[in-house]
Ligand binder design. Structure first.
Ligand code: NAD
Length: 283
């Protein structure tokens, strides 16, 4: 199927970015969140973000207005019933996602593909929560979605070739490059990235340097655009902790143990940029 409409479940950092690129690519988009105010705010923020692109002469006012007119806020999952594709971008928790996939499976037409933007949770497990495991797939966008070029396509044990083709085609319509990978914890990007970020947090705990020194060392020493602690703040420390926990519990290897400071910060509600405080403070 070449979908003309898309539901986005979860209107946080990632859901709003996914909704933006989908609307800009011509799809009718409905955004839902457990907190309806967040879905509304996400749609408002997309309008403002597209307005800034107009001001920078990156897109025309007409394109901005057309994209905004394709974005709707849904009150709940039932509002996604008529759509042709759904991507889930809710909080990185297995119980949350399993519950959502079981509910969405009952609501959506049987031929609709159900993708998850999860960073680490098993696609096979999410597929097993539905009666359409062949149509369940990982569509892992990078943050910030409108800027980052990669979509990791994750194939669960039962995902069909047709579903993989559909998602690769959709990602291309969004102007993204895809890499297909296996359904193992963290997939490809986070399997490599998260242990590096976690090690950066250990470096902080062990007093190897301040956040600024650790980030400067990694930026200038390894030619990365952002250091690991600034990147952790951008991703969200709660999300980083969830991913490390999935790696740690699934592989059972102590090399993936989450750094205690990461857990402390999450316990304190310091979730990084989105909460105003993480390794750095934000306005
Ligand atoms: P976030 O905390 O910014 O947003 C999560 C949203 O999900 C919140 O608005 C929350 O209200 C909503 N939500 C929670 N339970 C829900 C439910 N049952 N139904 C509907 N909405 C619900 O998180 P995020 O950073 O946008 O991450 C979302 C997903 O994307 C996670 O699976 C995460 O692992 C993945 N991801 C994140 C990044 C990143 O850099 N942050 C990158 C790639 C993938």
């Amino acid at each position: 199927m070449n979908p003309k409409s898309m539901g986005v479940v979860g209107a946080g950092i990632m859901g709003s970015g996914i909704a933006q690129v989908a609307a800009q690519s011509g799809l009718e988009v409905v955004v839902v969140d457990a907190d309806e105010k967040r879905a509304k705010s996400a749609v408002d923020q997309i309008g403002l973000a597209l307005g800034r692109l107009v001001a920078k002469e990156k897109i025309s006012q007409a394109d901005r207005d057309a994209a905004v007119s394709r974005l709707k806020v849904g009150k709940g999952l039932d509002d996604l019933a008529v759509l042709e594709f759904v991507v889930e971008a809710a909080t990185e928790r297995l119980d949350v996602k399993v519950d959502l996939f079981a509910k969405l499976d009952r609501i959506l037409a049987p031929d609709v593909t159900l993708a998850s933007n999860t960073s680490s949770i098993s696609i096979t497990r999410l597929g097993a929560a539905t009666k359409r495991p062949d149509k369940v797939i990982g569509m892992h966008f990078m943050n910030p979605v409108p800027v980052m070029k990669l979509v990791e396509v994750v194939r669960g044990l039962a995902t069909s070739d047709a579903t993989v083709d559909e998602v690769v085609g959709l990602a291309r319509r969004f102007g993204k490059t895809t890499v297909s990978t296996k359904d193992l914890p963290g997939f490809l990007v986070n399997r490599v990235l998260m242990p590096m970020i976690n090690e950066g947090i250990y470096a902080l705990m062990e007093g190897l340097g301040s956040p600024e020194e650790i980030d400067t060392a990694m930026r200038l020493g390894t030619n990365q655009p952002m250091g690991p602690l600034a990147l952790a703040d951008l991703i969200g420390l709660d999300t980083c902790l969830s991913i490390m926990e999935v790696l740690h519990t699934t592989f059972g290897d102590p090399k993936y143990r989450p750094c205690p400071i990461l857990r402390h910060y999450v316990d304190a509600g310091w979730h990084g940029k989105k909460s105003g405080r993480g390794f750095y403070t934000y306005q």
